[in-house]
Design a protein. Sequence first.
Length: 256
Amino acid sequence: MLNITPIFKKEVGSYFLSPVAYVVITIFLVLSGYFFYSSVAYYSLVSMQAIQNPYMVSGLNLTESLISPFFANIGIIAMLIIPMLTMRLFAEEKKSGTIELLFTYPLKDLDILLGKFFAATVVYLTPIAVTLVYIIFIRSMAELPVGPILAGYLGLILMGEAFIALGILISSTTENQIVAAIITFGLLLLLWVIGWAASFTGPLFGKILTEISLIKHFQNFSKGVIDIKDVIFYLAFTFYGLFLTSRVLESKRWRG
């Protein structure tokens, strides 16, 4: 039976007893608040112009003009801040030498891994939950369908867990937190934009690049569409990231 509670509590405490969680949450909320304000201001401007020009009214759609960009912007912010959450999870343990002590605990590698994974997930989801205030604000002024909102938040959760899994994997391979953060961000950025090269390659290779693009699978969620293929992609990405990390930890345990 899994026993992730000790590691989970330790890691959550480490986040909130240090400036890391507060800095990450603050950056996340400042950036998301700025993008939200900009989107609302732009939508208000276009709405005012539509009053004077009735032909523009048909092109106004609250979901497409406000909700979709809102979730897309948060996705980009997540790519920026998650490397800061994951960089220390194993790199710090390896640099300080406490990872050997960690292996002496009566815990399985999977217990350690999932404890750290869920702790990072909790910190990531904290500012995500706060952004519900923005949605409540919009709903107080206009009718807003619930479906696109639920789809958008589901996409943020699944994509965030995939990002965290990759960040933990990179952190487990190095002792330097800064190196772990830079490599994680670089890989996330590459996987985010890799689909852009699809038009410059052959049909088969182009399709492969498109399918492994992180942004391609998030676009449907941000538009309010839940496609089972996108759900499976993020779940598989998360699973393989954690699986590879467990192999790294196992190798470290045997090598001592």
